[in-house]
Write a new protein. Structure first.
Length: 256
């Protein structure tokens, strides 16, 4: 197997909240075009790790290198511009917008259009750009089979549809890599199947995923590599079959 540079490289990540060390020197790599799972008992530090990677929470120490570029300390929106994006729950104000509007406001090009719009002589470009965004929005909604709810308010969607929209919105930012924090929580089996199918399709297209999930079997059955966190530290990593039989992993889950 050829050795390639990792897509994402996290080194020595640390975060302490008022004396509680949530992330305690975590280092790992994620390879391009792979679906990597991050599991661990409640409170292991998985979400904090995600938040530190995209600088939603400022880490106390550590570095994050994405695509060979040091993105440590960059504001979250600038990290996103490099292609590293995490999904977000649909916030209150977005629930009062339609699904299509959610897609439009999420677009990276949307921000760029806003800049063009105030520049005289570029109106023609703005229109074609907006048309392109609209087309991308519809295509993405169709990809997830949620185009029939495009004009519904996001707040009226089912839990599963909302999770699909969260991923669809993230794709509007044209990422290369997506961080998903519990994307299957509250999703019924039918939509879970659809979401998994789309994640595999996107992986085949070259997207890279890091997925936090409490359903261990789901991660073991769908990810090529698994990272296990426990008490703020990386306990184990490797292929699902290796990690599954690791005694430290078994102990961590049984020990709570
Ligand atoms: P996980 O996602 O693996 O369940 P978290 O990263 O959410 O774990 O939390 C790790 C630890 O950090 C927990 O002990 C949690 O209570 C604590 N923690 C997380 N976020 C905060 C915060 N904003 N303020 C204080 N403590 C926090
Ligand atoms: Mg969490």
């Amino acid at each position: 197997e050829a050795v390639t540079d990792p897509k994402l490289s996290v080194t020595g990540l640390e975060k302490t909240f008022d004396g509680i060390t949530a992330v305690d020197g975590v280092s790992f790599d994620v390879q391009a075009g792979e679906m990597t799972g991050l599991i661990g008992p409640n409170g292991a530090g998985k979400s904090t790790t995600f938040n530190c990677i995209t600088n939603l929470i400022e880490p106390d120490a550590g570095s994050v290198v994405f695509d060979g570029q040091d993105v440590t300390g960059l504001p979250t929106h600038r990290v996103a511009r490099t292609g590293l994006v995490r999904t977000f729950q649909i916030a209150r104000e977005l629930r009062e917008m339609t699904v299509l509007e959610n897609m439009m406001v999420s677009s990276k090009e949307q921000t760029e259009s806003a800049i063009h719009a105030v520049t005289p002589g570029l109106r023609e470009n703005v229109r074609t750009e907006e048309e392109a965004i609209l087309e991308q929005a519809w295509e993405t909604l169709e990809f997830f089979d949620i185009e029939h709810v495009a004009h519904e308010y996001a707040g009226t969607l089912s839990g599963g549809q909302r999770k699909l929209l969260e991923l669809a919105r993230a794709l509007m930012a044209d990422p290369d890599m997506l961080l998903l924090d519990e994307p299957f929580a509250g999703v019924n089996p039918t939509l879970e199947e659809r979401l998994l199918d789309r994640l595999h399709a996107l992986t085949d297209q070259g997207y890279t995923f890091l997925i936090v999930e409490h359903d261990i079997d789901l991660i073991m059955n769908n990810c090529v590599r698994v990272l296990v966190m426990h008490q703020g530290q990386l306990l184990a990593e490797g292929a699902p079959e290796t990690v599954r039989d690791d005694e430290r992993v078994i102990d961590a889950y049984l020990g709570g």
